[in-house]
Design a protein around this ligand. Structure first.
Ligand code: ADP
Ligand code: MG
Length: 369
């Protein structure tokens, strides 16, 4: 594709898909101001959004310094996605102090104690390219580095567990039945080899080499290796206590961070992620909730998506991004912004937003009882 063709194609996407943030913020004059090597780099970053016009973000970084290098374009996308006003500097505060406010879903409604809670952070180490630019050898080498850290983590009484790999021939290799079972249990990530967004970005390359997951004995602390970021570190629980959920993730993250090479971090962008949506805290905290009335039995996500959006929340299907709701109205609700907000602010946004959504879901129900 010549530069002229690329610019014309993005112009077309701008018109037909106004939600594609890459197209919305692509500026032909800025692109034209770059020298040829930088144009080639930027083309690779935006390839997924060019090939897949229905992308919501449409760009993936290939190296941590892409964010600073291409700030004139990526900062505009970042501000748009994370809701950072033009007159507010992009900066990431970190605050994990869970004692400030109690966020117990049981205080909203005792029924919500049964809700499945998940919080994850994306992390990438500074010494490897981001997943879209890794070779097969680098993917496997990174998995070895992670497995060595997990061997040490396994000795910790609070975080003991096992590493499960899907790399053919790995000493930690699991069979396809166990892999499928772990995916169905919402623990392990899905097969990425048919994901058209990740394929174009190079992120799903060399599947399934270099991929796996650490799981604690209680199955409440999990670490993905080789998905969209080098690592996705998460805690999963029920019981309604968001403070405990976040504290568990933080404790595990601190220990694991000490066992791994340095993470790619920036004062401005916080934790560096492949996708501009996963910068900052790099955190997505979600509840798997049944909202049968707001979703018309899981058949229509339009209303709940609009209500959630006004509360700063995003809605996904029960199987994660790009999946459908469950027939009982089971959806995944999480705060959208991950940059410019601290970990604790994300927890509060989730709590306050879900309280508001739950009021809408149950409006009229109690009165008619
Ligand atoms: P992310 O991109 O934030 O890591 P995905 O949307 O790719 O998450 O989903 C990953 C997996 O986690 C999916 O199986 C999804 O159903 C599961 N999941 C997400 N939130 C929850 C939750 N609160 N409880 C249980 N499973 C969850
Ligand atoms: Mg995902």
């Amino acid at each position: 594709m010549t530069n002229e063709q690329l610019i014309a194609r993005i112009d077309e996407i701008k018109q037909s898909r106004p939600d594609n943030l890459m197209a919305r913020h692509f500026d032909a004059a800025y692109y034209g101001s770059l020298d040829a090597p930088l144009q080639t780099r930027l083309r690779k970053i935006i390839a997924s959004g060019v090939e897949n016009p229905n992308s919501s973000m449409g760009a993936y970084a290939m190296a941590p310094d892409d964010y600073a290098q291409f700030a004139p374009m990526l900062d505009a996308m970042i501000r748009d996605f994370h809701g950072i006003a033009a007159d507010t500097p992009i900066a990431q505060p970190h605050d994990w102090d869970t004692s400030a406010v109690a966020c117990d879903l049981g205080a909203i409604d005792a029924k919500l104690k049964k809700v499945s809670m998940r919080v994850r952070v994306a992390r990438n180490v500074a010494s490897f390219p981001l997943p879209g630019a890794m070779s097969k050898e680098q993917r496997v080498a990174f998995e070895d580095v992670a497995a060595a850290a997990f061997a040490k983590l396994a000795e910790n009484p609070d975080f003991g567990g096992q590493y499960l790999s899907i790399t053919p021939g790995s000493p930690h290799e699991i069979d396809s039945d166990e892999y499928d079972r772990r995916v169905a249990a919402h623990q392990m990530f899905k097969d990425m080899s048919n994901d058209k967004y990740l394929n174009v970005a190079g992120i799903s390359g060399d599947w399934p080499y270099g991929r796996g997951m650490y799981v604690s004995e209680a199955e409440d602390f999990l670490v993905w290796v080789g998905e969209e970021d080098h690592l996705r570190i998460m805690s999963m629980q029920t019981g309604g206590n968001l403070n405990a959920l976040f504290a568990r993730l933080h404790a595990g993250l601190e220990i694991l961070g000490g066992l791994l090479p340095e993470f790619a971090m920036s004062d401005k962008y916080g934790s560096i992620g492949s996708c501009p949506s996963n910068l900052g805290a790099g955190m997505r905290s979600s509840l798997h909730m049944k909202l049968p009335r707001l979703t018309k039995g899981g058949t229509d996500l339009d209303r709940v998506t609009a209500e959630a959006k006004s509360l700063g929340l995003a809605v996904r299907g029960a199987g994660g991004e790009h999946s459908d709701a469950g027939s009982d109205g089971l959806v995944d609700i999480s705060p959208s912004a991950r940059l410019g907000v601290s970990e604790m602010q994300i927890m509060r946004r989730l709590y306050d937003g879900v309280a508001a959504l739950w009021r809408l879901e149950t409006a009229g129900v109690h009165r008619s009882l």
